[in-house]
Design a protein around this ligand. Structure first.
Ligand code: SF4
Ligand code: SF4
Length: 324
């Protein structure tokens, strides 16, 4: 698979620095029951990288010592990691908000029969990928049968109260375009999702986030193979808005890989750009127990335009509309 980093590295991006740490985003491994075309993690069923128990302990210790407000767990399909549930319950016992980057179909994997009940019982906020409300588009991007499995997953979550106002169980959906285009306006698309999923399947959800695809990993390689890399980067850079720089997730989030090493964000993790601090090659979370990191420069390059293009799409979705 061709790597886009040598090209991205040559593209300048405005300098930005870290703010107050609020969220620890932990990638517990690259194993996933799906192999989506756009996956920026390059995850799939054959990936074996997994967070072990000692590293999970380091994460729990860090959350407690630094009183981190939010634990955001990602993968792969994070629920397939043997320490996923322990991380969730430890963080909830500390009073932290917990988010799960959830692919919906994992609920039907062996051993996950009680997953939805576990998530609801711990009031875990679900951020579920659902790249379209139409079957063809979802199956083309995420694999045959994924649409039907995702609908069943959403209905199971709704039956537990997820997505209903006042239930205390948050279900947010994530949209990303199929190809090298920017996502449409978040509010308009959210209304379409509500209408179609509601009318056809009785599904409810809280918010829809729209994200641009990052020109890295599997999606980056496809762009290169099709000769679309330069055109997509042009689209991202021309749509850049300086006002989006304040809202990018790397300001307040620290990304941790399955071995415990730290990065400014999940995308930098996938590009193997470790957090730059004190001239060290890479830092482990265990070395940052007492380091606030505020003001530390963020490692930026061409891929960062994926976060600041148009309405902006850091991991919480459109930045502009979110601020309004
Ligand atoms: S479900 Fe998510 S982690 Fe798994 S392959 Fe698809 S995009 Fe990647
Ligand atoms: S990719 Fe986005 S979140 Fe990551 S460092 Fe660049 S601007 Fe920040």
């Amino acid at each position: 698979m061709k790597d886009t980093w040598p090209l991205l590295d040559r593209i300048p991006f405005p300098a930005i620095a870290r703010g107050r740490l609020q969220t620890l985003q932990v990638n517990v491994g690259y194993r996933c029951n799906q192999s989506c075309v756009h996956c920026h993690v390059n995850a799939g069923p054959n990936r074996t990288e997994e967070m072990d128990g000692d590293t999970a302990d380091v994460v729990i210790d860090f959350l407690e010592r630094r009183r981190i407000a939010t634990l955001d767990i990602t993968g792969g399909a994070p629920e397939l990691n043997a320490h996923f549930r322990r991380l969730v319950t430890a963080a909830r016992d500390m009073g932290a908000r917990v988010m799960d980057r959830h692919n919906l179909t994992v609920q039907e994997q062996p051993g996950q029969e009680d997953l939805a009940e576990f998530l609801a019982g711990n009031q875990v906020e679900i951020v579920a990928s659902m790249p379209c409300y139409l079957e063809d588009n979802v199956d083309r991007q995420r694999g045959k049968g994924v649409y039907d499995g995702s609908i069943r997953g959403l209905q199971r979550l709704n039956a537990l109260g997820y997505g209903y106002e006042g239930s205390g169980l948050t279900l947010n959906l994530v949209y990303n375009p199929l190809g090298p285009s920017l996502p449409p306006p978040q509010f308009e698309l959210e209304a379409d999702y509500r209408r179609v999923l509601g009318e056809r399947f009785g599904i409810v959800f809280n918010n829809l986030f729209t994200l641009a695809n990052m020109p890295i990993q599997r999606f980056g390689a496809i762009l290169l193979a099709k000769g679309e890399f330069d055109g997509y980067l042009d689209k991202l850079t021309h749509a850049h808005r300086d006002e989006n720089l304040d809202g990018v997730m790397c300001r307040n989030l620290l990304s941790v890989d399955y071995q415990g090493y730290v990065y400014d964000c999940d995308f930098n993790q996938m590009l193997d750009l470790p957090l730059a601090r004190g001239g060290r090659e890479r830092l482990h979370l265990s070395q940052l127990r007492d380091d606030a990191l505020e003001g530390n420069p963020i490692r930026v390059a061409g891929h960062c335009f994926g976060c600041t293009a148009g309405q902006g799409s850091s991991c919480g979705g459109a930045l502009k509309e979110a601020a309004e």
